[in-house]
Design a protein around this ligand. Structure first.
Ligand SMILES: Cc1cc2nc3c(=O)[nH]c(=O)nc-3n(C[C@H](O)[C@H](O)[C@H](O)COP(=O)(O)OP(=O)(O)OC[C@H]3O[C@@H](n4cnc5c(N)ncnc54)[C@H](O)[C@@H]3O)c2cc1C
Length: 544
């Protein structure tokens, strides 16, 4: 008789939730259900006009920060016709094509909000979990017991709102970028944007097109429409368009560069990146946005428009706000009030899993105790994992997918976790101690990861990390691509469980798919003279 299927609850139907369903279905042996509180799948990328507390929110103009090949799913290369940086609706469509091709949406129960997750009464013996779910339409509450639970509810959805002296006096509006949708209603207003992360720069660049003024980490100033943006620490801004017009991450997210990062002191690598890559394009000192941290110590900010806003005088940097007044703000070092109708806080997000039994995810100060950022180490059974709770320096999708694949292996009983002591000492403490030296402190400092090393770490857990030595001996051309080419997710389908025959070809043809949408035809570079090609490669190697 076949052994009974394990019942698994996937909580949240965003990217990670849907991807987890795909991987669990691929592994087989599970009875699946996914609870999604909204009426559609896709989470962040399911665009809504309204913003909802605890559900990620994007702007109508949001463009993904990683290019399509870097962010590709490991057995589902994006079509060559797709743009390198997809707009949010294109990305959503692509992701829906993926989940539909894998036929997993049938497991998703919509309008189903998870209210509580607790260890079941027989947890000690079975590792099971009790999950309480409310139907948000009928308010009906259901309770069921599961052999495994995957938490995929996102963590970029609870706005952090700072409080400045005098803020209560302010007569204008204060919003968070979480609620920023179209900018039409800001026409001819004076706007202050606080914060210089991706969403801060997006907000400043977008609003400065219509507003009277924008101030913030930058001061956006134009005779007709001055805008201000305020920042505490400045930022390293990277354009999506990199050297030669290639996507910047296609050029930079390469294994050999991450190898150098592992060998050389972080400061040196930052110094090289800042001085060889960033400053020749846009000298941060010249524009007075040089931050007080090195580029690899905090996510560089991706924005394509702010540079021209600076050079056209539409945006200028301002320091942090000292205090609010009735009709505006006073910036640090200023004596005059800068008038403002609206202050947009681009001040990031905090995290919380409010439905989860107390003591499952343990936090000591800003240290979050999760083995490989997924498994609570102190639990007796590896039957609960958190997915997507990472802040990568690189694309998030391949990381999310690898987490889902490993979690499926663990739930299937094919991979075991080490002892609690090993998990805490060799991973959690080590990662935390490294991170606090490497990255700026925040309540999410524990979950910061470097893209390639963390992917490799996850892949090694279940045998899908490419065996580079074997590949060097048997397939040197592929080896060259893996080391010197962009670090693509397809490499994690070359070997191990659920390997894919198309993986090698997907790696070798990635450049065609990257080049094609630029001109919407095959790229002439392939007919170039070999000498020119070689010279270009040497130049690229030296300068980029
Ligand atoms: C503005 C913005 C831009 C971003 N840009 C990028 C980018 O360019 N590249 C990148 O890699 N990442 C980016 N991200 C990160 C983004 O979070 C990931 O791309 C990815 O969508 C995360 O997927 P997820 O499934 O973990 O979370 P989410 O997409 O947040 O999905 C979580 C799902 O869980 C559901 N949910 C929450 N609570 C409950 C509950 N109690 N019960 C049931 N369901 C629940 C939500 O409704 C949602 O559908 C961006 C995020 C934001 C907010």
């Amino acid at each position: 008789m076949a052994s009974p299927q394990k019942k698994i609850a996937v909580l949240g139907g965003g990217f990670c939730g849907c991807c987890a369903l795909v991987q669990l279905k691929e592994e087989g042996g599970f009875e699946l259900v996914c609870f999604e509180k909204m009426d559609k799948p896709g989470g962040t990328w399911n665009y809504r006009e309204e913003s909802i507390e605890a559900v990620a929110s994007i702007m109508p103009t949001t463009v993904i920060n990683h290019s399509k090949e870097l962010g590709a799913l490991s057995d589902f290369p994006p079509p060559k016709e797709f743009n390198n940086y997809m707009r949010h609706h294109e990305l959503y469509q692509h992701f829906m094509d993926y989940v539909k091709s894998k036929d997993v949406l049938k497991y998703v129960k919509y309008n189903s909000e998870v209210m509580e997750v607790r260890r079941a009464k027989d947890y000690k013996e079975t590792g099971r979990w009790t999950v309480t779910v409310k139907n948000t339409i009928s308010n009906e509450v259901s309770v069921d017991v599961y052999d495994g639970v995957l938490l995929c509810v996102g963590h970029i959805n609870r706005p952090k709102m700072p409080h400045y002296p005098g803020q209560d006096l302010f007569k204008g509006d204060i919003i968070h970028t979480h609620t920023l949708k179209g900018v039409e209603k800001y026409q001819k207003k004076n706007i202050v944007v606080v914060g210089m992360g991706c969403s801060g720069l997006d907000a400043a660049a977008e609003t400065s097109n219509v507003a009277k003024t924008t101030v913030g980490g930058f001061l956006v100033r134009d005779k007709r429409c001055p805008w201000y943006l305020s920042t505490r620490s400045g930022a390293h801004v990277i354009r999506r368009v990199g050297p030669h017009g290639y996507p910047f991450d296609y050029t930079l997210a390469r294994r050999w560069i991450f190898l150098l990062m592992a060998i050389l002191p972080y400061k040196w690598m930052s110094y090289l990146l800042e001085n060889i890559y960033l400053d020749p394009q846009f000298n941060r000192e010249l524009y007075a946005i040089k931050p007080d941290h090195h580029v690899l110590y905090k996510d560089p900010v991706i924005n394509d428009h702010i540079h021209s806003k600076f050079i056209s005088g539409s945006v200028m940097q301002k320091p942090d706000i000292e205090r609010f007044t009735e009709n505006g703000v006073i910036f640090k070092g200023d004596t005059e009030v800068t008038e403002a109708d609206v202050v947009i806080m681009a001040t990031g997000y905090t995290w919380k899993f409010p439905f989860l039994e107390e003591g499952i995810i343990v936090k000591e100060g800003d240290k979050i105790n999760l083995y490989k950022l997924m498994f609570p180490p102190h639990l007796e059974h590896a039957t609960l994992a958190v997915l997507g709770f990472v802040l990568p320096f690189g694309p998030g999708f391949p990381i999310g997918e690898l987490q889902c694949r490993w979690a499926a292996q663990v739930l299937a009983g094919k991979c075991k976790l080490p002892s609690e002591k090993e998990m805490v000492e060799d991973d959690i403490n080590k990662r935390y101690n490294t991170n606090i030296l490497k990255y700026a402190r925040s309540d999410k400092v524990s979950v910061r990861v470097d893209y390639v090393p963390y992917c490799d770490e996850l892949a090694s857990q279940f045998g899908v990390k490419p065996n580079l030595l074997k590949i060097l001996l048997t397939d040197p051309v592929l080896y060259f691509h893996l080391i010197f080419g962009p670090s693509l997710s397809y490499q994690y389908r070359l070997q191990g469980p659920h390997s894919w025959d198309g993986a090698r070809n997907a790696i070798m043809t990635s450049k065609d798919r990257m080049l094609y949408p630029i001109t919407k035809r095959s790229n002439p570079e392939y007919h170039e003279n070999i000498f020119i090609k070689l010279m270009k490669k040497i130049f690229k190697f030296i300068f980029y």
